[in-house]
Design a binder for this molecule. Structure first.
Ligand code: G1P
Length: 289
């Protein structure tokens, strides 16, 4: 069965980016001129997803608006002959079907996914976290879908991280199978470095079987007093196989200030019209220091 739906939890308050996120959803902060959430939606679309389910909260309506038509603006652009930008806007509006559901209280990522239950229905689905930007030749979600289509069981994206950083992630204990693929035996949310079962961290891309919903209902608040997706998954591991796949690509944590700056520089260097200017500028800045 082909996976068509992807859940994007976007209800988070974005306190790490205040004051920028006082009125602007953090998912709309741009890397160069594209909001972070658009890169993530594009990855989903390029992987074959046709419906995005945003799990939103108060003050987040602008995210849905971003993927909608804007007739007034389009008319002005048409009159002014700004056809290129007009076409860009139209492509964004045509990109994907969008539906949304509210997460009324900030009870955690597991709870956010549970809020999408009725919209997902009884079928496997994807989850993408908009804080993780992944630059990859084959979209990261596509890499996971390839595993799912072969194994028919849940798959999470993995990345090896330094031991001192494991406490920022869900971390797995797993058995290596073929190259990059692991059979997950257990997982723990944000362990202390000395307690971490490995240095394989979960990155915000998941393919989940619908059984996860029933399990998430039973999960009690864990790390940070929140209902953690990782805790739901560690229950799933006891019932069915769950795989981890060390994806090929570069991941930027745009929920972190330094990660955001790194992504800005890296994505600017990928743009032909900016590349040389940015390189030259970086050289001058370094020489001046
Ligand atoms: C979430 C998940 C965590 C995962 C991380 C990836 O944490 O709970 O398991 O490793 O995303 O970015 P958050 O960064 O939302 O605290």
């Amino acid at each position: 069965m082909k996976i068509k739906k992807a859940v994007l939890p976007v209800a988070g308050l974005g306190t790490r980016f205040l004051p920028a996120t006082k009125v602007v959803p953090k998912e709309l902060l741009p890397i160069v001129d594209i909001p972070t959430v658009q890169y993530v939606v594009q990855e989903a679309v390029e992987s074959g997803i046709t419906e995005i389910i945003f799990v939103t909260g108060r003050g987040k309506d602008a995210i849905e608006d971003h993927f909608d038509w804007v007739p007034e603006l389009e008319q002005v652009l048409e009159e002014r002959g700004q056809i290129e930008v007009l076409e860009t806007l139209r492509r964004i509006a045509e990109m994907i079907e969008v539906v949304s559901v509210r997460q009324k209280r900030p009870l955690g990522l597991g709870h956010a996914v549970l809020c999408a239950r009725d919209l997902v229905g009884d079928e496997p689905f994807a989850v993408l976290l908009a804080d993780d930007l992944i630059d990859a030749q084959i979209p990261c979600l596509r890499q996971l879908l390839d595993v799912f289509e072969e194994k028919k069981d849940s798959v999470v994206a993995l990345m090896r991280v330094p031991r001192e950083e494991v406490q920022r992630y869900g971390v797995i204990r797993g058995q290596g199978l073929v190259s990059r693929l692991y059979a997950i035996q257990d997982m723990v949310e944000k362990p202390a470095p000395e307690d971490a079962p490995s240095q394989l961290a979960i990155i915000g891309r998941y393919i989940l079987r619908p059984e996860i919903f029933t399990l998430l209902e039973k999960v009690s608040p864990g790390r940070g007093g929140e209902i953690q997706l990782t805790d739901g998954l560690s229950r799933l591991v006891r019932e069915r196989k769950v795989y981890g796949y060390e994806f090929v690509g570069t991941r930027y944590d745009v929920g972190d200030k330094f990660g955001f700056v790194q992504a800005t520089v890296a994505y600017a260097l990928k743009r032909p019209e900016l590349r040389e200017k940015v390189k030259e500028y970086l050289r001058t800045v370094i020489l001046e220091k």
